[in-house]
Design a binder for this molecule. Structure first.
Ligand SMILES: Nc1nc2c(ncn2[C@@H]2O[C@H](COP(=O)(O)OP(=O)(O)OP(=O)(O)O)[C@@H](O)[C@H]2O)c(=O)[nH]1
Ligand SMILES: [Mg+2]
Length: 266
């Protein structure tokens, strides 16, 4: 029995827990056994019933009682999960799921700049197949500066986790139609970010140069890939995400984030 892992990462409030609930429900309705895992020791309320919940192993509150502030306590709690990772994995295995959806804390520093969370995920996933779905909040998809900033963060997480990654824009139901239908589908297109920047006369000088350089960096290696608009409220978008996840998992180690424009063979 081979459980496949779907990790959901993204900024605080980007919709990870809601998408965990919606995607798991969607996959179950199509016949899969799905284990929902809450990896957030500081979660208060979850919109799903977790099969495995790290709050039964560690609590961020207990670290706060020892004198840490809320951010430090969350980091310490996630770091301490490494001690329990084998038990957590056994719990997941007992579920005999086709898919394990992992809902993560929104403090992205954990994944982009700390050791604990990537180590915990690695130890949990072992050599099972896995994909990271990175959620870009719909509210950031407007200016070239915001889009490039979100994609750079997405690339930091990809670098640290080393998993194939699908970048999605969450809460697609609140996007303006032109953003959803015209902007997002073109994000992975070579030169499109520069084109957005050209239209934006409000950024100048070093900010403009930096946006251009970062856009170039994520674009030239094809990191952006096909960015999917996803809404927990629209099953068609969940179907597209599920299909993409299956495509990525089927590709195994050969899959690269950058499937929109594969780099030229040298
Ligand atoms: N319109 C809309 N709102 C959404 C969607 N998904 C989530 N939300 C809302 O966004 C807010 C945050 O959602 P969560 O699922 O808690 O986000 P999260 O990423 O788990 O948040 P943290 O765990 O705090 O980082 C809630 O008010 C949700 O109802 C969506 O697809 N569409
Ligand atoms: Mg959450």
């Amino acid at each position: 029995m081979d459980t496949k892992f779907i990790v959901l990462t993204g900024t605080a409030g980007s919709g990870k827990s809601t998408l965990t609930a919606a995607l798991a429900r969607f996959m179950e309705e199509r016949g899969s056994i799905v284990a929902r895992v809450n990896l957030d020791p500081a979660a208060e309320k979850l919109p799903y019933d977790p099969a495995v919940d790290v709050r039964s192993y560690v609590s961020a509150a207990s670290f706060m009682e020892e004198g840490l502030g809320p951010n430090g306590a969350l980091i310490a709690a996630v770091d301490s999960l490494i001690e329990y990772v084998d038990s957590i994995r056994s719990e997941i295995d007992e579920y005999k799921a086709d898919y394990c959806v992992i809902d993560t804390p929104g403090q992205l520093e954990l994944f982009a700049y700390r050791y604990g969370a990537p180590l915990v995920l690695k130890a949990l996933i072992r050599d099972s197949q896995a994909v990271n779905v990175f959620l870009i909040d719909a509210v950031f998809v407007d200016t070239a500066a915001n889009i490039v900033s979100a994609l750079t963060l997405a690339s930091s997480v990809a670098l640290r986790l080393g998993l194939p990654q699908v970048n999605v824009v969450s809460k697609a139901d609140i996007l303006l139609p032109e953003v959803r239908e015209e902007l997002i589908p073109r994000l992975g297109e070579p030169g499109f970010l520069e084109y957005l920047l050209e239209k934006d006369k409000t950024v100048e000088g070093w900010r403009r140069a930096l946006i251009e350089a970062l856009a170039n960096a994520v674009e030239s290696v094809g990191f952006i890939g096909e960015v999917l608009p996803v809404s927990a409220r629209e099953d068609e978008t969940l179907a597209a995400l599920y299909a993409k996840i299956q495509q990525v998992l089927a590709g195994g180690d050969d899959y690269r984030v950058y499937d929109a424009k594969p780099p030229e063979e040298s």
